[in-house]
Design a protein around this ligand. Sequence first.
Ligand code: FES
Length: 178
Amino acid sequence: MPGFELTVNGRNVELTASREATLLHVLRNDLGLNGPKYGCGLGQCGACTVWVDGVAARACVIPAHGVAGRAITTLEGLPDVAPGLGTLVSPPPAEGAAAPWSGPAARRARWHPVQQGFEDAQAAQCGYCLNGMVMQAAALLAREPNPSEARIRSELSGNLCRCGTHVEIVAAVQRAAQ
Ligand code: FES
């Protein structure tokens, strides 16, 4: 299988994958990054949303080879590479401390403000859509720090929540924007 390189959450990685392999497949199956979810596989639900060079994109329909050399950001890397929204919720763990995503407490310490907004607004039910919601919302707030409610709704219109938690999700993004 042909090889290629990606920059994923700030790290350069060398990979091999078939020409048909999607970015989502490579992230989840080869790199173990399970933030992006497989929902529809058709680019229509938003569960798989990642950033490609800072722009929200549907990883399930992007050929992995097609983004060789580009900077990919997943939910796992969001706190580290999206400081434009504000300071991190808390500093990175000290040298030798537990890995950033090794447990709930460590994870909480590394949350991006949008993730904190979702917790504060209690915006999750089943949680399956949250990766996409958070990545899409964080991309919006990086561009527009104080979007209107209508703008938030428009931006998230392509991210589906089957639980119907949309009111809380909009509130979560508004909290993060404060
Ligand atoms: Fe990619 Fe639905 S899984 S948009």
